[in-house]
Design a protein around this ligand. Sequence first.
Ligand SMILES: Cc1cc2nc3c(=O)[nH]c(=O)nc-3n(C[C@H](O)[C@H](O)[C@H](O)COP(=O)(O)OP(=O)(O)OC[C@H]3O[C@@H](n4cnc5c(N)ncnc54)[C@H](O)[C@@H]3O)c2cc1C
Length: 622
Amino acid sequence: MTKSNIVIVGGGFGGIYAAKSLAKRLKKNSDVHITIIDKHSYMTYMTELYEVAADRVAPSAIQYDLHNLFSHRKNVSIVTDEVTGIDRQKKQVIAKNSRYDYDYLLLSVGSQPNTFGTPGVDEYGYMLGSVDEAINLKHAIEAHIRAGAAEQDPDKRKSLLTISVVGSGFTGIEMTGELLDWKKILAKENKIDPSEIRLALIEMAPTLMNMLDRKDADKGEKYLVKHGVEILKNTDVVSVGQHTIDFKGGDSFQTSTLIWTAGIKAADSIKQFGLSQGHAGRLLVNKQGQSVDDANIYAFGDVSLTDADGSGKGQPQTVQGAEAGAHVAAKNVALAISGEEPNAVFEGKYSGFVIAISSKYGVAHIGKNTHLSGFWAQAVKHMINFMYFFQITNAYYFWLYFRHEFFNTANERNLFHGYVSRQGNVLWSVPARLFLGAAWLVDVSHKVSGEGSWFVNKLRLSSFDWLVTNTTSGATPKSGAAAATAKAAKATFSLSYEYGHQPMLIFQHMPKWYYDVTKFMIPNTNMAFFMQKTMTILELLIGLALIVGLFTWLASAASVAFVVIFSLSSMFYWTNIWMIPIAIAAMNGSGRIFGLDKYAMPWIGKHLRHWWYGKEKAIYKK
Ligand SMILES: Cc1cc2nc3c(=O)[nH]c(=O)nc-3n(C[C@H](O)[C@H](O)[C@H](O)COP(=O)(O)OP(=O)(O)OC[C@H]3O[C@@H](n4cnc5c(N)ncnc54)[C@H](O)[C@@H]3O)c2cc1C
């Protein structure tokens, strides 16, 4: 049997979904191979692009290496190349560097900003359709604000300090919201009053955010107005100059930064594909996702147009739409390969919309009747992103997302107003780490030798009464008696040792469930002697690890675990409970300062990542 080549052009939301789905459906079919061709070696997490443009996160935070995403799929290859055409006779994809044979071709090349031919937008406007454009926009804003802050001519100053966004769809609103956060930082950096930086949102329609329910959209608009965004509705941009926007009717507006988010169209590259195109250049497909010209070519996502309602406008271009289309195409290709009729159809059901307006606010309409705003809408947006990492089964990018969205965000630019973020110096937790390590070593020093040694065959776990009564080794009556006395004397609850008072055990008696579990695990003295020695060695290792700062996180977590075990075993006092918060504090990367973790952790992280996901490259070849 000959191999079937499935080629997917575009490794964005739709392409990745289709590849994951096909790789899973066809994993037992060794005659099928899937190739993803993308002009980049990474997937761009488009929905967070505005965070890069407004300097909340680094570009790398939204670039997910394609090889990493498919490292455990033997039936998937990644190729970095830019597709320029299709040879349908030869069934080949034509790209800048090579040609690629296909039996089934899936197109998901996304969209790009649409200027609608408005004069001046290409020359003077800034777009937000790729990582490069986001970086370019960020640099432009920084340069304009810097120049504006130093400009003494009032008109020029005003123009340089005015940022205008044209269009109030997802991109325009999310960008404007993000600028609300960033403008305070920009003002501080450039030593000007934040009110001098003007934000204007220009919309041709009489209302904003027209993909949302009116009530939700109005809430979003209220938030923007409250935070100082000037909103110009019913305003049609007819041309753009270096420092001006001209409106229909003759008015104009002074601005040096124009962000054009007025609409999107299918990626220009598809003009050469020789397939029928509809509204905004989108590829016309039937309900099965097949091109109307060729049943072996499928298209989905922003580039495709399924005319479900007969209006000719097509389905909304969203992540959900891209994934729904990818699902249909993947299912139909798998059916076709197994000789069945490709009968899955695109239904175009959308479960709602969420729009972030700054890092802390948002509006959402989910399902039929759930309307959210503020914190909860933002929380839903994060939940959707979390779910995406489960969908692509990638723990590494999930962890990175947590770090850049919650733990490592600067200037309080996250949902929790920076309360969960760390930018401070971990130097201050080093004494805590050293003290905790010393505490373990002092404790263990009594157990390794001498009269109280835990390395001799004498029972030290005196609270394990089933061993005390059964023991033939003469379990130290002294320690048993001491424990009994300690328990018998009137103990005082305190979190520090109070002179003249008997400290209180956390558990006077082992909880019943723990007693049963321990009795099962340590049924006799031989096992008890083994456990005593093992625990002592572990304590010693924890102490040493904390002192030298090696595997500090693990040693600290083990410290917490040991305190819990000792407490449940009725062997630990409230006066020592400080070990838990101190251990948690030491988990804060304290081993990287004056500790070996500084070298060990990056080395281990890098090698583990390469072993599990492979080494990231700028170009992948078949
Ligand atoms: C700033 C912004 C915010 C957004 N916010 C939201 C949101 O909150 N919710 C929502 O649902 N949607 C949102 N969207 C829309 C959403 O990102 C898109 O609907 C989605 O990315 C479409 O997926 P796709 O697979 O069709 O295209 P994409 O995800 O854009 O992927 C296309 C891929 O094709 C590759 N490619 C393009 N041309 C070629 C070529 N010639 N050769 C090889 N490779 C090529 C590109 O490199 C890219 O990787 C937002 C979009 C933007 C720009």
